[in-house]
Ligand binder design. Structure first.
Ligand code: ATP
Length: 444
């Protein structure tokens, strides 16, 4: 896709997100806060459904993975042990001409903010020497802003899992191999946040750390690679837009023996969605060393003691949400006009059904309200009586609602309604009695 059409697709998605209440710029009435976004009434439901879909497949349907919710602020020594204090840095350059700040390793793909637009490597501005910039947000615990009280906003959720490894092991009666899953906020003071919610400074991660016996790590790594790409497929993301990218020697993080990214073909190019890493025994070795606590595992069957290796699957919730929106977005040419539609998988869609009286009289609103009140006990539904029914359909198409239920004059006579399906736009008559069952089976 050319830069121009990529920009235009993204700006259409950004404006749909605002118009339909998916995502807003943070602090908008104060001019906005760069790289921070708020999820609106539809966005919050979509995000919740994505997290629920992940949790179900990673925790609820498995007997060998348990959940955790660790705190964002943790002991500062954790970030020394993990290598983040010394090594969580990006190389940074400033441009003396335009005052822009860029990642030194990405200059070729960084547009210069001055017009006419060129990449930083082509604009000829004078760049400073490369400096190292730590991505962790520092703050202070307690009222005194002194070095002794420094704490960090966590830049990943993984460390909260490693430091709870023993607690979980002892309280949940798990045995290696087993995993711990966590969903939570992470913060990185990114030098160049960009592409809407793709790279932000505050974001949410869905991470799972799987503890295995050394020697079985390669096998488990392959297993998790397959599981994770299948997860995106099950979520309805088009296969052709997904691929693996293997990290070469130069790209591998200091802790990793092997790493693959799941990548998605965004309008702005193939980009990482999730990292799958064989982290070896690096993390537990380091926490054992820095905390002085024994983190070895005792395997009863063989009477062996070892530090488990860790296979990590680390996905971004916001990036997944952007993927879901981009993959679902279509401007569909119809016979007479064009409609904008979000083909969201019904299980992810924020609202499952719109409920409309055909007209605002003759008992139709009352019957539609009754259906709404019944269905809302089981799923998110939305009552709408404003405007022509065709316009109401289009509003729901754009919001990604998979079904619209219309109460018309026949409904009052025979207790049936029409159900219109978003993608095919086909309508069926369904008995009100069987409506919930019908929707439930189509949504699952
Ligand atoms: P990138 O190379 O894009 O900076 P990373 O390799 O640093 O990503 P990880 O540390 O492996 O990312 O984090 C795991 C996942 O967390 C990423 O695959 C991504 O989905 C998400 N993530 C990381 N940084 C951000 C961010 N700044 N904004 C939104 N999501 C992020």
């Amino acid at each position: 896709m050319s830069q121009k059409s990529a920009d235009s697709t993204m700006s259409k998605i950004v404006s749909l997100c605002k118009r339909r209440g998916y995502i807003f710029q943070s602090s908008e009435i104060y001019g906005g806060l760069d790289s921070c976004y708020d999820y609106g009434p539809m966005g919050v439901e979509l995000k919740k459904n994505i997290k629920e879909f992940w949790w179900k497949s990673m925790v609820r349907l498995r007997e060998d993975i348990v959940g955790l919710d660790s705190s964002i602020l943790m002991h500062p020594r954790i970030w020394e042990a993990s290598g983040h204090v010394a090594g969580f840095v990006d190389p940074l350059v400033d441009c003396k001409t335009c005052k822009g700040r860029f990642r030194a390793d990405q200059l070729e793909s960084m547009p210069c903010p001055r017009k006419p637009s060129k990449m930083v490597t082509e604009c000829g501005g004078e760049l400073t020497e490369v400096r190292e910039f730590n991505l962790m947000f520092r703050t202070h615990m307690g009222p005194v802003a002194e070095d002794a009280a420094v704490v960090y906003l966590r830049p990943e959720t993984a460390q909260g899992i490693y430091v709870n490894y023993n607690n979980v092991l002892q309280s949940s009666r798990q045995k290696v191999p087993f995993g711990i899953a966590q969903i939570g906020k992470a913060f990185r003071n990114e030098i160049t946040p960009r592409n809407f919610i793709f790279r932000t400074r505050e974001f949410e991660q869905m991470e799972m750390q799987f503890f295995v016996k050394p020697g079985t790590d390669t096998e488990w790594f392959e297993y998790w690679k397959e599981q994770r790409i299948q997860w995106y497929d099950k979520m309805g993301i088009r296969k052709a837009n997904l691929r693996f990218h293997q990290h070469g020697d130069g790209e591998l993080a200091h802790y990793a023996a092997a790493a693959f990214d799941v990548e998605y073909n965004f309008p702005f190019g193939w980009k990482e969605l999730e990292g799958i890493h064989n982290r070896t025994d690096f993390d537990l070795q380091r926490h054992q060393e820095y905390s002085g606590k024994d983190l070895q595992y005792f395997e009863e069957a063989t009477r062996e003691r070892f530090i488990p290796f860790i296979i990590e699957t680390s996905a971004g919730c916001d990036r997944t949400l952007l993927t879901v929106l981009v993959d679902a977005y279509e401007e569909e040419e119809l016979e007479k006009d064009t409609r904008t539609v979000l083909h969201l998988a019904p299980q992810l869609a924020p609202v499952k059904a719109g409920i409309f009286p055909l007209v605002k009289r003759d008992g139709m609103p009352e019957m539609a309200h009754k259906i709404h009140d019944e269905l809302k006990k089981h799923m998110m539904v939305y009552y709408d009586e404003g405007g022509a029914v065709g316009r109401r359909y289009r509003r729901q198409d754009e919001a990604g609602t998979p079904f619209c239920i219309t109460v018309d004059s026949q409904s009052l006579e025979d207790q049936t309604v029409t159900v219109r399906e978003r993608d095919s736009m086909q309508q069926e008559r369904i008995a009100v009695d069987g409506l919930f069952e019908y929707l439930r089976s189509r949504i699952d």
